[in-house]
Design a binder for this molecule. Structure first.
Ligand code: SF4
Length: 380
């Protein structure tokens, strides 16, 4: 019934190109393939908890290629069959303490004491209640969780979870009430823990979600709680990372191989525009590195979101498309016309972006994507 609201969520799969690009994602929600997080917690990774962060990271890097190879042979097997094989070699109580997902979580918990989840690298101890540039302490605060019917057609119905807080400050933010202008003091005692999140996944799955979609604000500051929830849940849905991608190299390494599908934003094609409008001084460098990591270390299945901004087609839209065409293997791009002035722009900042993109600007960007042979129409 829910699919009738968005018939294109069914018909889009008739397109061969799109089907090829998102085939693993589709097989996971059709229950023909296991989500990566379930395999990560079945992958025996011997390590001692009291090692320091550098040593744990070395162990993680040692096991990453082994995990990558292992899941190729396991992802389409029944869970019970994999469990039988794994438990014939390692006791369940040992695996609970020494698995690949738990290793990632232990590293993330350690980083939290001098937080470097994102490129702001605040280095504050969030465990002591200190608050970073994202506006958050060590807890997660969920604004809403519901079945979202407005996402790209292969994604809907999407079990979307909106977190408070964000790691960059876009002057035109359309979600500024949950990203920036919230008072954390109001939420004290009303945080969402890992068990709460696991229950939310279950509830969204019961409502026929095709995926669990982590967004905000920005999900990055909540990495430790999201990964902890993966130790608690049983839902067999693809996990979707919907983000500005301003994560550090280490955070990206820790999550690249456990999310099944990605919705990365690509807004700017240089650090200057990113710093001016979003206070993200190394945005373009971080974004290029992290995009490549999705393909090299992760599932390689993603839909890029590019929001066309007024007066920024020459400096941002066109160079983004050029970079994508030259550097990524299987890009799918949503070229978005939804930009409208909001937040600080409506308060008088940056008058040069105080309008919608024109029809000519949109045409030029789409035309350039066509010239480069980039696949975009079915998801835009
Ligand atoms: S996640 Fe928050 S506290 Fe951590 S580095 Fe980023 S902005 Fe700072």
């Amino acid at each position: 019934m829910i699919h009738l609201l968005r018939r294109d969520s069914q018909t889009v799969w008739q397109q061969h190109e799109l089907k090829n690009r998102l085939c693993h994602y589709r097989e996971i929600y059709e229950k023909k393939r296991l989500p990566r997080y379930k395999l990560a917690r079945l992958f025996h990774t011997p390590y001692k908890e009291n090692l320091d962060r550098e040593e744990l990271l070395k162990i993680h890097e040692h096991y990453h290629p082994k995990f990558k190879e292992w899941i190729k042979t396991k992802q389409d097997l029944p869970l019970a069959e994999i469990e039988e094989e794994v438990f014939s070699k390692v006791k369940p109580e040992t695996l609970k303490k020494e698995n690949y997902l738990k290793l990632k979580l232990d590293i993330l918990k350690d980083i939290l004491s001098a937080c470097e989840y994102c490129e702001n690298k605040c280095k504050i101890n969030r465990n002591e209640g200190l608050i970073g540039k994202c506006g958050l302490d060590n807890h997660a605060y969920v604004s809403s969780a519901f079945i979202h019917m407005g996402e790209e057609s292969p994604i809907v119905p999407s079990g979307t979870i909106f977190f408070y807080g964000c790691t960059i400050t876009c002057s035109f933010c359309q979600n500024f009430d949950i990203s920036h202008e919230f008072d954390i003091e109001r939420f004290r005692g009303r945080s969402t823990n890992a068990i709460d999140l696991a229950q939310t996944y279950y509830s969204l799955a019961k409502q026929h979600a095709r995926n669990i979609n982590f967004v905000g604000g920005e999900p990055t500051p909540n990495l430790h709680i999201i990964l902890e929830s993966f130790l608690e849940t049983q839902v067999s849905l693809p996990m979707l990372w919907n983000s500005n991608m301003y994560l550090t190299d280490v955070s990206m390494k820790l999550i690249a191989d456990i999310f099944d599908i990605w919705l990365p934003d690509m807004k700017y094609a240089n650090n200057e525009c990113a710093n001016k409008y979003s206070k993200a001084p190394i945005y373009w460098d971080a974004l290029k590195r992290n995009m490549k990591m999705i393909e090299e270390r992760g599932s390689g299945e993603y839909i890029i979101r590019h929001l066309v901004m007024p007066n920024h087609t020459e400096c941002c839209s066109i160079p983004i498309l050029d970079w994508v065409a030259a550097n990524l293997n299987n890009p799918l791009i949503n070229i978005m016309a939804q930009y409208h002035p909001d937040y600080k722009i409506l308060r008088g900042e940056f008058p040069e972006i105080n309008r919608r993109p024109t029809t000519t600007e949109m045409f030029n960007v789409k035309n350039h994507a066509d010239k480069l042979g980039i696949y975009w129409k079915s998801v835009s």
